[in-house]
Design a protein around this ligand. Structure first.
Ligand SMILES: [Fe+2]
Length: 350
């Protein structure tokens, strides 16, 4: 049996939020029903049955007592949380000594090994039929997801941005750096009461936590934004409402680009350059390390529309120490459709 406490212990972050207490309770109620159905069908605990099991990965066959069978069924579905999938428990025919149980991807065919007479005589007493629409989420999936924030996959291949940003840089950046922030953030939040928070909520209250959360929550958010802004088929000049606002604020796209580039080359050490929507309108600004405008630490506070990583790990393999060249190449893969999407999302939020 899965214990509620085990689920709550292991499954703590975003994905588990959808698993309500009522759902989990329903799961336990269903397990109980399955056990009762078996006992109704094979009323003697020491009655011998043959069980054939067809599972997701393994098939199995065994001869067991009914008591052992109940434990066996429980064990077989032990790594599953049942929520909204098909469950059916049904005798094969009216007088069959065979019971079929289908629980999601697990199916059991249980045949009585003795007492044929009992089956024909006591059919009315042992009749069971449970059909229910519950779904099945594998415990292992939940655990995988529920270890905390997860690394989003890139919407393009590592080599897709070449020749502007090389495959090796992209792979290192995503698989090592971005992943590293995810892992360390989960680790930093493990014992905090932050399991159900979104990354934005963590960032909004970042002063509550230590620097490990500050650096890694920033790292998770910033890289997700950055990677999603890049595209091998980028629309390389501004579009939509953002284009209008950009021209109003900076005069022209060329002027914007110039100021954005200067902010990037001028950032001492590692950090980020942002185009943010602030209370005073659009602003270009930069932050050190993995800080961002959602954090109270940031001098300029607002909602980031574009974030450009100017850490050396974002460009050093290809561009070496020439950050300006990297920024130039960044603009060749920066997709302004995505920037417009971010802008619209922010406007709609306000
Ligand atoms: Fe980075």
């Amino acid at each position: 049996m899965i214990k509620m406490s085990d689920i709550l212990l292991e499954a703590t972050f975003d994905d588990i939020k959808n698993l309500s207490y009522a759902d989990v309770k329903k799961t336990f109620a269903l397990r109980k029903k399955i056990n009762q159905a078996i006992l109704n069908f094979f009323p003697h605990e020491d009655h011998m049955v043959k069980v054939e099991y067809y599972g997701d990965y393994i098939d199995d066959e065994d001869e067991l007592t009914v008591k052992e069978l109940i434990e066996y069924v429980d064990k077989r579905i032990d790594d599953n949380v049942l929520l909204n999938d098909d469950i059916s428990i049904d005798p094969a025919t009216d007088k069959s000594p065979t019971l079929f149980i289908d629980v999601g991807e697990n199916s059991f065919e249980i045949t009585s090994l003795d007492d044929e007479e009992f089956f024909s005589e006591n059919y009315a007493d042992r009749k069971v039929k449970i059909t229910s629409k519950l779904s099945m989420i594998k415990m292992s999936d939940i655990l995988l997801e529920a270890k905390g924030f997860s690394l989003p996959s890139l919407p393009y291949a590592y080599n897709a941005l070449e020749p502007h940003i090389d495959a090796e840089t992209m792979e290192e950046h995503h698989k090592k750096h971005h992943k590293g922030y995810v892992t360390k953030l989960n680790d930093a939040l493990k014992s905090k009461a932050a399991q159900n928070l979104t990354i934005e909520e963590v960032l909004a209250n970042v002063k509550k936590y230590d620097d490990k959360v500050r650096n890694n929550a920033g790292g998770v958010f910033n890289h997700t934004l950055y990677f999603n802004l890049l595209s091998p088929n980028a629309t390389t000049s501004p579009v939509g409402e953002l284009k209008k606002e950009l021209e109003k604020t900076f005069g022209s796209f060329a002027k914007f680009k110039e100021e954005f580039t200067e902010s990037g080359t001028g950032r001492f050490g590692s950090g980020w350059v942002w185009l943010s929507l602030t209370r005073e309108g659009l602003k270009i600004h930069s932050t050190p390390n993995q800080d961002n405008p959602l954090m109270s630490y940031s001098e300029v506070k607002g909602e980031p529309i574009i974030g450009m990583d100017v850490w050396e790990h974002a460009y050093y393999l290809k561009h070496r120490s020439q950050r300006a060249k990297y920024i130039n190449d960044f603009f060749k893969v920066l997709d302004w459709n995505k920037a417009e999407e971010n802008y619209q999302r922010i406007l709609n939020k306000e």
